[in-house]
Write a protein that binds this ligand. Structure first.
Ligand code: BTN
Length: 261
């Protein structure tokens, strides 16, 4: 099961996503490399993928650790035509696309957790990171980072209760090439559909169908504050609507959610 730019390109049959692939055995972070490529005018859909990252990062500057040669660590360059204030929809679209690709290759049910985590049986196996650059020289672009725990068997003690992998949930070892190809195909289909239709609602609706936090009591850590309340909805910008303990409706653009047991 060789995993390389060559194997991913074979029979990929996409028009935009993955037409150019930069593959690394080891890199600091695929995000930084993709950003450099985007600044040098590499086209939309260009993929940077690595077997290992020494400085992988997650949201809020956290570290994204993944064992070498077992996982999917990739970044994709987008040059969206949608308005800048709506760029947040792209991580929601990516969540839905990854969920569809994973379900195509497994018999697990993938659920979404706001803002952009993917879970199996309540544990996170995929994180998505969106970094946007608004530049005059190379136009506005977005780098979407996707980290998926695929064949990793062990996780550090501190995160064992929250983190999982496809292997741990299914008992099977997966061919990462096939998963990456299906993710790129599904991303392309959903991205082209959104770009043509500008139908943000149907992307949010697909995401909401997979999310089981609505109506539940949740805790959100946001800007150093902890807010407890009931999850009401996610709007078309991807903001979370929450009713706090004083029945006040809040709209949050970012944060970390825990669902109360
Ligand atoms: C999160 O859940 O906090 C987002 C994690 C995103 C991790 C991916 S792995 C590939 C890409 N390169 C990085 O350094 N981060 C993203």
């Amino acid at each position: 099961m060789e995993f390389s730019d060559k194997t991913i390109s074979q029979n990929l049959n996409t028009e935009i996503f993955g037409r150019k692939i930069f593959f690394f055995k080891s890199i600091k972070s695929t995000m930084d490399y993709a950003k450099k490529l985007a600044e040098k005018d590499e086209p939309e859909g260009t993929v940077v993928i690595a077997d290992y990252q020494s400085h992988g990062r997650g949201r809020f500057g956290r570290i994204w650790k993944a064992e070498p040669e077992k996982n999917i660590l990739m970044s994709v360059i987008l040059r969206p035509t949608i308005p800048i204030e709506k760029f947040g929809i792209l991580s929601i679209l990516t969540s839905v696309s990854v969920a569809e690709a994973i379900e195509k290759n497994t018999d697990v049910k993938v659920t979404t957790k706001w803002p952009n985590d993917l879970l199996i049986n309540g544990k996170k196996f995929c994180g998505i990171l969106l970094e946007a650059s608004i530049t005059v020289e190379s136009g506005d672009f977005v780098i979407i980072g996707i980290g998926i725990n695929v064949n990793q068997e062990n996780f550090p003690k501190e995160i064992q209760d929250y983190a999982t992998s496809l292997y741990l949930e299914t008992g099977k070892i997966f061919d990462r090439t096939i998963l990456v190809q299906d993710i790129l195909r599904s991303l392309e289909k959903n991205y082209i559909r959104l770009s043509n239709s500008q139908d943000f609602k149907s992307v949010i609706d697909s995401w909401k169908k997979r999310c089981d936090m609505f109506g539940k009591k949740i805790m959100v850590i946001h800007g150093g504050k902890t807010i407890i309340g009931k999850a009401i909805d996610v709007d078309e910008k991807g903001f979370l609507l929450l009713e706090d303990e004083n029945s006040k409706l809040l709209s949050l653009s970012a944060g970390d959610v825990t669902i109360a047991k």
